[in-house]
Structure formats: structure tokens, C-alpha cells
Design a protein around this ligand. Structure first.
Ligand SMILES: [Zn+2]
Length: 58
């Protein structure tokens, strides 16, 4: 499983996401960015930061 803490990229955001793979994380982060961070689209640069911050969990 993969885990991503949004606070690693957006300071102060408490949300964490868990999915079977990075694509699943990105899908969840997309929805979260839209509704909670008011980003119409996640810029490629941010996607890169998200990918770097994703951790492998058991
Ligand atoms: Zn967030």
C-alpha cells in the first residue's frame, strides 16, 4: 500500500490518503485538491511533489 500526507506538500493540511498504488493516490489527491484546496487542476509540478512524498506502507 501507498500513503501520502497532504501536509508534506501543503503546509498545515491534515489529510492523508492511502491507496494500492500511486495512481490511486493521485486520483484521491485530485479530488481533494479540487474540493479542499480549490485547485481546478493539480499542476504537473505539484504532481511531482506528491509522487516524491508518497510512502510505502505495509
Ligand atoms: Zn490537502
Amino acid at each position: 500500500m501507498k500513503q501520502f500526507a497532504c501536509g508534506d506538500v501543503v503546509a498545515g493540511c491534515p489529510r492523508t490518503f492511502t491507496a494500492v498504488d500511486s495512481d490511486g493516490i493521485l486520483t484521491e489527491v485530485n479530488g481533494h485538491a479540487r474540493s479542499d484546496h480549490r485547485l481546478a487542476d493539480v499542476p504537473a509540478e505539484l504532481v511531482g511533489q506528491v509522487l516524491l512524498a508518497i510512502r510505502e506502507i505495509a
